[in-house]
Design a protein around this ligand. Structure first.
Ligand SMILES: [Zn+2]
Length: 251
């Protein structure tokens, strides 16, 4: 029997923490991947007051936006993988995230034109962006305690596609409305968020079979869904103008 699970209900399907780098297999020492990139955090907080970190239950100040464990995943990558090997992927993400942060008009469209983000090199750059997302998804799943799909390091190593992870773009009316309301009161309400994870498990096979989460940059986001055994999952990077789905249609 299968059922949708979230939070602590997913605990029985967790695996032991990683002992070696999930990308290259080296023993380590392992380093933390950031949940949010340094450029993101800087853009959001600048030199302003102490940042506030929140989840669905509480908000509290943190000392360092860049070093707090709140903004980092548990260690999973060796230093060379997390630094030099990651750079082209991280840079492509920084461009994407900066674009969304500074272009609130993206919300009004039904598609995101990736050539507006990256220019004529959009195809190469978008593949690198999806590489960043593959790294993020793997780090998030390992952080939450789940087995990392082999398709994610394979994609980073040059495979054509991530056959078992669907990756789509969306826009959130709820976030947009909240931002607009704060904006009317003279407050910059833009945020970066990691969505709560939802999973599906088979009790009889004692196995996680689906894991879904996402991230948002202001009111636009990326949602990903891993399905055990899938081979033909879609990722938005195969087209120049992928659709911007409504979040409420996906959830
Ligand atoms: Zn490594």
């Amino acid at each position: 029997m299968e059922e949708m699970l979230s939070g602590d209900d997913l605990a029985p399907y967790r695996v032991p923490p990683l002992g070696s780098c999930w990308w290259c297999g080296n023993d380590g020492p392992l380093t933390h991947e950031h949940k949010f990139k340094k450029a993101d955090l800087k853009r959001m907080w600048g030199d302003g007051p102490a940042p506030v970190w929140g989840d669905s239950t509480r908000m509290r100040p943190i000392k360092s936006a860049q070093r707090s464990k709140d903004v980092r995943f548990t260690p999973g990558l060796c230093a060379p993988c997390n630094n030099a090997r990651s750079q082209p992927f991280d840079r492509a993400y920084d461009v994407f995230s900066g674009f969304l942060w500074h272009r609130p008009s993206v919300y009004n469209g039904d598609v995101l034109d990736l050539s507006d983000v990256y220019g004529e090199n959009w195809s190469t750059q978008t593949r690198l962006l999806v590489g960043y997302l593959a790294k993020h998804i793997a780090s998030r799943m390992a952080h939450d305690g789940y087995q990392i799909p082999a398709s994610l390091p394979a994609f980073l190593n040059g495979a054509d596609r991530i056959g078992d992870v669907e990756i789509v773009l969306f826009k959130s009316r709820e976030i947009h409305q909240r931002e607009s309301e704060l904006d009317r009161n003279g407050i910059d309400g833009r945020s970066l968020q990691l969505l709560p994870a939802v999973g599906r498990a088979s009790r009889s096979r004692r196995q996680l079979e689906m894991y879904c989460s996402g991230l948002t940059i202001s009111s636009v986001g990326v949602m990903y869904r891993w399905n055990l055994g899938a081979t033909e999952a879609n990722s938005f990077h195969h087209q120049r103008q992928p659709p911007l789905h409504w979040y409420h249609d996906l959830a």
